[in-house]
Write a protein that binds this ligand. Structure first.
Ligand SMILES: [Zn+2]
Length: 83
């Protein structure tokens, strides 16, 4: 979704709209793909997430009316990406 490269869902990270620890509306990783609601899929790389954010693709895909904070997601990418 971030870069339009097709990939198996198992290679992608599901993200959902939620609330971060500071109470801001945020894009949150859903590594188990179990969170309810509308999700979007990105490659779990900073490049792909950056792309999706810059193109506002995440906001659109998650039907977020306002800007979603992405810090919580990008902060956790290194953890998710590592084996
Ligand atoms: Zn990608």
């Amino acid at each position: 979704m971030g870069c339009r490269v097709r990939a198996a869902k198992s290679d992608l990270l599901r993200v959902v709209a939620g609330v971060d620890q500071q109470g801001r509306k945020a894009v949150l990783p859903d590594a188990g793909a179990t969170a309810p609601g509308r999700g979007a899929y990105v490659h779990p790389t900073p490049e792909c997430v950056d792309n999706a954010i810059r193109r506002r693709a995440l906001n659109r895909a998650l039907r977020a009316g306002e800007a979603l904070d992405t810090q919580a997601l990008t902060d956790r990418l290194p953890l998710i990406h590592s084996p």
